[in-house]
Every structure is written in structure tokens, then in C-alpha cells.
Ligand binder design. Structure first.
Ligand code: MG
Length: 257
């Protein structure tokens, strides 16, 4: 799986074999659009020597609301006729282990565990059938939401856009059966969401077709695909984790402003 890390002031990508504490250094651009593949060097580094970052640095994060059947039921919402889009700024992104800051402007902070798609190459007006060639891989995300501001504002920029409101990671899994992945969210070790991506209303290829009919997705951009049932509150001091089958576990802690 692909990780992004900082070591001695330099940011690079590496390949981490699952369950192993070693990372093989990747040279070159993992988003290269020509046939030259990124070069996997023979150099291996111990994971503990690296500061693991968010696995990509998106220019934007495009999110989909109400995209799980079980979540639509719990929110008392009808299933949307077409994908419901909103965005988070790039400045909301944090990596594994980094702190989610509880803003003083909200009194009702929520978690939403989500499958995230990382875009490989520039995508504009693509069809669902072509979508896979534009996908670098998949990672875990938390769509942190100020639920009171979401209800008060009517549109979601403020509620979803605070700094630290988009944890991503820990790694990008390039190949996954993304239509059938177990997704589990835990708060302080207690299971709060336990669902499967098969519950998605609009599947990943349909989402990419819909989004790129509006805006161009760039290499490293991220699409959050919606959350299953079981959303709920976060408090200062909570540890939140999202585990997706085939990817791993993203863990972050909530801190006071
Ligand atoms: Mg969401």
C-alpha cells in the first residue's frame, strides 16, 4: 500500500507491505500520466523513523452526502435522485494521528466514517465505464461535521470546512473490490458504525462521472463517498478510528481549540 511520509524534511511516497513495519522508498511521481511507472527502489526504511502524512495532498476534496441507504433511513431523508455534492477545502486535510480541533463555534461535532477515492490523473467528463483508469486507489476518511452549523446554515461550507475536518489515511490501497468492503467506525474503541460499501446508493464510477461533469478532478484530489448509519457526537478527548477492509485503520483524537 502507498503511504506518504516526511523524513529529514523531505516528503516522499513509499510502499508498505501490510502488517510490516518496513517501508520501501518510491522514487518519482506516483501520479505520472505517461507509461513510466514510479520506481520502487531497493531502499527500505523502518516505519518508526518516518512521520506518516495524509497519503495525498489534494487540491480539493469533493464529498457526497446521503449516499448510504442505511444512513438515509436514520436521517429520515429520501434517497437523492442524483449525487448530492459538497466540498471541503484542502486545508481541512490532516494525516493519521493528527488532532481534530473541536471548534468553539459548534456545540455538536459529529464523525462520519467514509471510503475515500484518490484520483490518479486529470479527469474531466469521464464516463462511469472509464472511471477505474482514473483511480489511484482508496483510503479511509472522516467527514468531521459541525451538525448544528449544517442545520443552521442551510448549505454546508462552514459545517464541513473547518481546518482538521478531513482526516485521511493511513495508506492508499490501489486495488480493492470497492463495492463490497466492510467499514467500521469506533469511538474510544466502541463500535458506532458497522456497514458495507455495498449499501452505497451511487457507486464510485457513477460518482466520478457525476463530479467530472461539473468540475475537473486533478491528480491527488479526493472524493469522499458518503457515510453509513450510526453517525454521532464527538467530544474533546475522544479517539475516533475508521477501519476499512483491505486498507487499514485511520485513528485521530479530538482536542480543544
Ligand atoms: Mg459525509
Amino acid at each position: 500500500m502507498i503511504i506518504r511520509y516526511e523524513r529529514n524534511g523531505k516528503v516522499k511516497h513509499g510502499w508498505q507491505v501490510e502488517e510490516e513495519n518496513k517501508v520501501r522508498v518510491i522514487e518519482g511521481d506516483i501520479y505520472k500520466q505517461d507509461d513510466r511507472k514510479p520506481v520502487m527502489t531497493g531502499l527500505e526504511l523502518p516505519l518508526e523513523e518516518l512521520r506518516v502524512l495524509a497519503p495525498c495532498a489534494p487540491s480539493k476534496v469533493v464529498c457526497i452526502g446521503v449516499n448510504y441507504k442505511d444512513h438515509a433511513v436514520e436521517m429520515g431523508k429520501d434517497l437523492p435522485a442524483e449525487p448530492l455534492m459538497f466540498m471541503k477545502p484542502s486545508t481541512a486535510v490532516i494525516g493519521p494521528g493528527e488532532a481534530i480541533v473541536y471548534p468553539s463555534l459548534t456545540e455538536n461535532l459529529h464523525y462520519e466514517g467514509e471510503l475515500a477515492v484518490v484520483i490518479k490523473k486529470t479527469a474531466r467528463h469521464i464516463k462511469a465505464e472509464q472511471a477505474e483508469e482514473y483511480i489511484l486507489g482508496f483510503t479511509c476518511a472522516i467527514d468531521v461535521t459541525a451538525r448544528d452549523l449544517q442545520q443552521r446554515d442551510g448549505q454546508w461550507t462552514r459545517a464541513k470546512g473547518f481546518d482538521t475536518f478531513c482526516p485521511l489515511g493511513p495508506a492508499i490501497a490501489p486495488k480493492l473490490d470497492y463495492n463490497n468492503l466492510r467499514i467500521v467506525t469506533r469511538v474510544n474503541g466502541e463500535v458506532r458504525q458497522d456497514s458495507n460499501t455495498s449499501q452505497m446508493v451511487f457507486k464510485v464510477p457513477q460518482l466520478l462521472e457525476a463530479i467530472t461533469s461539473v468540475m475537473t478532478l486533478l491528480p491527488g484530489d479526493v472524493v469522499l463517498t458518503g457515510t453509513p448509519a450510526g453517525v454521532g457526537q464527538l467530544h474533546v478527548g475522544d479517539e475516533i478510528s475508521v477501519t476499512i477492509e483491505g486498507i487499514g485503520t485511520l485513528t485521530n483524537r479530538v482536542v480543544a481549540p
